[in-house]
Design a protein around this ligand. Sequence first.
Ligand SMILES: Nc1ncnc2c1ncn2[C@@H]1O[C@H](COP(=O)(O)OP(=O)(O)OP(=O)(O)O)[C@@H](O)[C@H]1O
Ligand SMILES: [Mg+2]
Length: 444
Amino acid sequence: MQRKNYKLEKVFTPSKPAEITYVERYEINRRIDRAIKTSGKQIIIYGYSGVGKTSLIFKKLKQFKRKFIKTSCISGMTIQDIVLDAFNQLDIYYPSQIDESESKTKGSSLASNFWFIKAGLKFEKKDEGKQINKRAVDLPITPQNLAKFIGEKKLVWVIEDFHKIEETHKKQMAQIMKVFMDASTEYPNLKIIALGAVNSAREVVQYDSEMKSRISEIEVPLMHHDNLKSIIESGEQLLNVSFTENVKNRIITYSSGLPAVTHQLCLLLCELNNIEKTQRNLHKIQFDKFNEAMEEYLEENSDSFRAIFEQATKVTHQRKNENPIDLLKHIIDLNKENFTISEIRDVIQRTNRNYKPNNLKKYIDEFLAPIRSEILRFNENHNTYYFSNPFIKAYIQCSLKAEINKNKILTKEFKNILREELLIAQKAFQQDYGEFDFGNFEDI
Ligand SMILES: Nc1ncnc2c1ncn2[C@@H]1O[C@H](COP(=O)(O)OP(=O)(O)OP(=O)(O)O)[C@@H](O)[C@H]1O
Ligand SMILES: [Mg+2]
């Protein structure tokens, strides 16, 4: 049988939702399926950035043959902007010069509702003909009307990056969800799916407790090593290439549960081996290119590492002992892979005996959230914190030492620190998954 031909960028998609290398998320599939199928159920999907929220939801909507419109939130957007964006995508026109009796018989009940609120609107001339069409967006917009229009068109409304919206608007979003719940009696498939890169659904949408039973909160967890491996292996199949076990394990380790990193490292590694599409004969990817791929990765991401660091250490209000940069210094001073609040407290108290840790947990928890670039993660089983990935940890250490030359990130120092961090990551990986042949980590 002839092998299908795929372009490299279709296989490894670091900045696009996964398609052909998509691996199933068995741990949450059932819950998400039920939430999509249950009429009136609104959905909040949350989890770290790059963990696979968008990929998952697009895959599911496709599987259930649900059409959707998508609104991507950006900082500063108001709830009105979001509603307007949805209306714009619906592309609704209605004929405004047909007389009313005609519209009542011909048009849907919905169009005739709008008929009565058209007063005072500007008209837009469409083509040479008599009919003037009016975009519904210029009409007074209410969540009720939006729900009806989306419902009539049998659509789902996906709202991405909802965490970027201001707190006050999150409550309003809950009200809109309520309207959608109520409208589901008339339109069974109608629903909002809100996606947010945060630690809890409550940070995505703030809703009342009585709405709880009608909202499904689903966390997309960090991706398990087996699944990350499946991404690499399905890429190998599709491109007819093979990576050594050693390389695969390294990629998995450095990904720290984020498929985005897996895709990017695989893409770079293939590029460096001149793989642009499916190979006719099995192509063994050379190990020696791995270090180059890492360098490229660091180079390519140095701006984002810097942005992450700046965001994580931004000072909005000066604090006496607990400015973000000071807290990070203390954490690095601890020199531990996993650490607790009381350990951080102790290290602060070493230099400042009178220090009171009343707000310490609150400030440390900020590092888990997008406002501080999610640089830390929390392990609920052990009540400990850890850096979200070895690259970020190394970059932070380096920045704190102020030894990074801002124009050239790949200083010897950064690479040295990174090597140590990767060794630590490798050890943690081995603890969890047993011995693997990692080859020589020293060579990075
Ligand atoms: N199930 C999966 N199988 C294979 N690759 C995946 C899967 N889920 C996500 N990916 C890949 O991981 C990367 C991030 O995915 P995605 O954009 O869906 O994450 P996200 O959680 O929506 O991120 P963000 O918070 O930044 O929007 C992409 O490169 C995507 O191709
Ligand atoms: Mg996304």
